[in-house]
Design a protein around this ligand. Sequence first.
Ligand code: AMP
Length: 397
Amino acid sequence: MNDPILVLNCGSSSIKFALVSTSPDQPRLAGLAERLGGEEARLTGVDGAGHEFSCPLHGASHTEAMAAIFERLEGLHPVAVGHRIVHGGEQFTQAARIDDVVVAAIKATTALAPLHNPANLAGVKATLELFPDLPQVAVFDTAFHQTLPPRAYRYALPEGLYRNHGIRRYGFHGSSHAYVSARLDALSGRLHGGWLIAHLGNGCSTCAVWQGHSVDTSMGLTPLEGLVMGTRSGDVDPGLHAHLARQLGWSLERIDTLLNKESGLLGLSGLSNDMRRLEQAAAEHHAGAELAIEVFCYRVAKSLAALSCTLPRLDGIAFTAGIGENASAVRARVIEQLPHFGLRLAAKANAATVGGREGRIDLDQGGPQLWVIPTDEEGRIAEETRQLLQEHPYDAT
Ligand code: AMP
């Protein structure tokens, strides 16, 4: 049996990890190695017995941090490693067993994800160095959206930019949307239906799913397109870039920082990128926080309405990720702004379905359903890793 699977999400200075088992008796060991390369580097997490741990890693590299993570696994030897890889370009429509060819293909998409893919590959390299015999699988954030039709993935730009440079919409949060879509199939009694999913966390995206396949999504070439996020602007007029450059003399780097790190909820509120903080401040009538929440909810509703036109039938809407799972007032405000969908929110169920609870939050009157589904990206990455190794058992030794 392919169990347990170590799931790794490597950033430029951090490694998020989780040991995922199919056995419900085995609690998930999970944690984070952060500030790698610096004196402040640390490994924190929760062990198999549910106890928190924290230890210094003084200047550790990715490889050294990975060795410390494996030490922490306390005899629970992973049979394989599933790596979250942000960008798979058009080449990867599903998970892939990592070998030289796959590594080269991931490297080739670096231009599309210059910050993420090299960091993801550093994690792959470190794991291969330490455990050359352990099967490793790449699970791509973009893969679930490779079923988008051209009308959804093409920008209205000259063909050559798409053909020669891969300029198109890819979409992200694929493991989350795929997980939620599978849960909806399992729970809703409406197998192979038409669903809208709102992944609302620090990063936010919507996805339209028809018969289990992504048919449109709000993120594009990069994870900047679409909704208002914690610090990302989401959609702005593309003319803004030229305007800032010409009128204010801003460089590309400056504009990139503005749109990715200084905008979104943080930029609008002038206060915080954290929805919890903004809800508190709005309750005290902080004008910036009130505006940020209002724009955030309106943009989610607008995106869901836009994506709905790709579905032959709307079976329901699901909310997931930090804000989607916990901020019941945000969910209510989004639904309020979609009166033409015939949605019937159950106020009590909505207020109660927080803190990792899964459940329906509509009045069950036969119309489109409303769900809160806590996402499990790590579980999905482990599942895809397991499936791939089961389908190719001879590779798994
Ligand atoms: P994620 O990226 O999925 O971890 O989501 C992070 C976002 O979820 C942040 O904006 C948090 O403020 C928000 N969040 C987490 N818990 C709550 C909560 N109880 N109420 C409102 N927002 C929350």
